[in-house]
Design a protein around this ligand. Structure first.
Ligand code: TPP
Ligand code: DXP
Ligand code: MG
Length: 641
């Protein structure tokens, strides 16, 4: 147990109103205490530390100046919201962050009135803020709307769509660009370079410069104060920024850790009755104020529990290889043999392990920034020219690129390969990050070949299989975390016969057809069912499309019960099997068919094991499902208890 930091001022703040009469000096001290409390908290919960540390002063300044929650404050992604949660009535629960039943690691409307917009996927804040601003004008309920968006999140198309609209609407909106020159990895792209140039070509905006600049546009009291300063500033503040060209009033760069700069700038924005959209360019440091974070390569973007003194993070005991690395190794093996293979990721080089691929093939690996839509169509373009793109995008983030998958890839039958990591439930990130829907949203698209890996060795084979699929799009899904180490990993995968599943265990009464990594749970259930004298066939479908119809029909015809199971939503693999069985008339003769999917609810942050308990997809639930299908309700109840 590590000592809690002393936080005398923070102890006086339950909600932001409690600090609105603090002096600037007190607010500076409050920020220091808030930083210490954030570090102490994340040391026992794990989570997104670096981003939260970078916005401590911004958080204090915004809440001190604006009348939240009446004024709306929207955090883009929401992964930097821990200091915000501490200041907004949630300090007593902050050490439950990301734990089952505890606070979410992101902003969430249902959690607090201080979270007017939920997030976790990036680059939505300007759109949402603009909507709120327009609503406030139409409903004649004046309020400030402040969206805080990171430089990494500024790479997504949505942010530009929103700015384009905000400029045209001349909406009252304050966008604070929290520029720490980091995404999860170092940021990429021309916009990132532009922001760096903007910062390096201008000194930090002093309050005097700011007042002068405002005076030019806001006649009134401020003008009198600032006349002379205006003369002074004229030379400094020339030239339109990209944001100004888009209709925003650009304020910056501002030192985002300097309360003496932040407070007056924000107060002026509040008090001058600003008209039109403003962009405050705040320069911050990810991991600010905690040496181990500041000096680490990833600035402690996402950490395990750690020792506050040393910064050392808890290490998981050595275990089986994680899927993401198996994917990268398998892809490297394929790319060694075929120079047409290229890899694309959207700001997730470490999360997808494509950083390994980039090391080996720097010319053939593309990080496009947080830009999933672009990633998909960019890959489609490469496919038209004979390259073999593998697009590695978490299942949940591929949702952002869905029309591109449909219109640019599938409709043109282009051989883009999708590696969908984080399939199924992901633990502490909760519902926003669960890879629940890809089977359903890809399964309905003609021409797709779709696979799910039941273990890491299968994943290697599936990558090899996709490398061979040149006549249309393909995808493989695999979960977050470790595999099973059932067999040694091959140096290179072996292509699988397309559309063929495999029977893993032969039985007679009950058939369990698994799609993906629940297979081991199915085998445990089969063992359990054997103790009731019930013989089970267990099969690994491998493919959802093309479906192994011969296998499905054989299982349906020769067993009394057929259970399908997947780590995906309704209308996924089970839906495809059911459709086939229904069309073949195989549901008309007493087959007890039971599709087991994620339930039709949002499953919050928890350990993955508990999440799958909530979902009812662990071995005891499979056993219970089989027993209840056979009318053995009493046994089913005790099996799942
Ligand atoms: C649509 C989408 N793609 C990818 C991610 C994963 N992701 C979360 S935070 C992050 C980096 C964000 O960088 P920035 O906005 O600069 O915030 P910082 O972490 O630097 O504070 C990424 C890529 C996401 N949340 N949403
Ligand atoms: C905030 C965000 O979207 C990412 O940081 C995400 O939490 C990463 O998840 P993994 O830990 O599964 O890579
Ligand atoms: Mg950043």
């Amino acid at each position: 147990m590590q000592d809690r930091p002393a936080t005398p001022l923070l102890d006086r703040v339950r909600v932001p109103a409690d600090m609105r009469n603090f002096s600037s000096e007190q607010l500076r001290q409050l920020a220091d205490e808030l930083r210490a409390e954030t570090i102490s908290t994340v040391s026992v919960t794990g989570g997104h530390l670096g981003s939260s540390l970078g916005v401590v002063e911004l958080t204090v300044a915004i809440h001190a100046v604006f009348d939240t929650p009446h004024d709306r404050l929207i955090w883009d992604v929401g992964h930097q919201c821990y200091p915000h949660k501490i200041l907004t009535g949630r300090r007593d629960r902050i050490r439950t962050l990301r734990q089952g039943g505890g606070l979410s690691g992101f902003t969430k409307r249902s959690e607090s009135e201080y979270d007017p917009f939920g997030a976790a996927h990036s680059s939505t804040s300007i759109s949402a803020g603009l909507g709120m601003s327009v609503a406030s004008a139409l409903q004649e309920k004046p309020r400030n709307v402040i969206a805080v968006i990171g430089d990494g999140s500024m790479s997504a198309g949505m942010a530009y769509e929103a700015m384009n609209n905000a400029g045209a609407e001349k909406a009252n909106l304050i966008v604070i660009l929290n520029d720490n020159d980091m995404s999860i990895a170092p940021p990429v792209g021309a916009m990132s370079a532009y922001l760096s140039r903007t910062i390096s070509s201008r000194p930090f905006l002093s309050v005097r410069d700011f007042v002068a600049k405002m005076a030019k546009n806001f006649p009134g009291p401020i003008e009198r104060v600032a006349k002379r300063a205006d003369e002074y500033a004229r030379g400094l503040l020339t030239g339109g920024t990209l944001f100004e060209e888009m209709g925003f009033y650009y304020v910056g760069p501002v030192d985002g850790h300097n309360m003496d700069h932040l407070l007056p700038v924000l107060r002026n924005l509040r008090d001058t009755g600003h008209k039109g959209p403003f962009l405050v360019h705040a320069v911050t440091q990810k991991g600010k104020g905690y040496a181990p974070a500041e000096t680490s390569g990833d600035k402690y973007h996402g950490v395990q529990k750690f020792d506050v003194i040393t910064g050392e993070q808890q290490k998981a005991p050595p275990g089986p290889p994680v899927y993401q690395k198996v994917f990268a190794q398998a892809l490297i093996a394929e790319a060694e043999a075929d120079e047409r293979i290229v890899a694309v990721n959207a700001a997730m080089p470490s999360g997808t392990s494509l950083d390994m691929f980039a090391k080996r093939f720097p010319e053939r690996c593309f990080d496009v920034g947080i830009a999933e839509q672009h990633a998909v169509t960019f890959a489609a373009g490469m496919a038209t020219e004979g390259l073999k793109p593998f697009c590695a995008i978490y299942s949940t983030f591929l949702q952002r690129g869905y029309d591109q998958v449909v219109h640019d890839v599938a409709l043109q039958n282009l051989p883009v390969r999708f590696a969908m990591d984080r399939a199924g439930l992901v633990g502490a990130d909760g519902a926003t990050h669960a890879g629940s829907f890809d089977i359903a949203y890809l399964g309905c698209l003609p021409g797709f070949t779709l696979m799910a890996a039941s273990c890491e060795v299968e994943l290697a084979h599936m990558i090899a299989t996709m490398a061979q699929i040149d006549d249309g799009p393909s995808g493989v899904r695999y979960p977050r975390g470790e595999g099973f180490a059932l067999q040694p990993l091959p140096a290179r995968g072996t292509p699988l016969p397309i559309g063929k599943g495999r029977v893993v265990r032969e039985g007679s009464k009950i058939a369990i057809l698994s799609y993906g990594a629940r297979l081991q749970e199915c085998l445990k259930a089969a063992d359990e069912l054997a103790t009731y004298g019930l013989s089970c066939t267990v099969a690994d479908a491998r493919f959802a499309k093309p479906l192994d119809t011969a296998l499905v029909e054989q299982l349906a015809k020769h067993h009394e019960v057929l259970i399908t199971i997947e780590e995906g939503s309704l209308n996924g693999f089970g839906g495809l099997v059911m459709h086939h069985l229904a069309l073949k008339g195989l549901l008309d003769h007493g087959l007890k068919f039971r599709p087991m999917t994620l339930p039709d609810i949002w499953i919050d942050h928890e350990s993955p094991k508990k999440q799958y308990d909530i979902a009812g997809l662990n071995a005891p639930h499979i056993t219970a499902m089989a027993l209840s299908a056979l009318g053995k309700e009493a046994l089913a109840v005790s099996a799942s208890a």
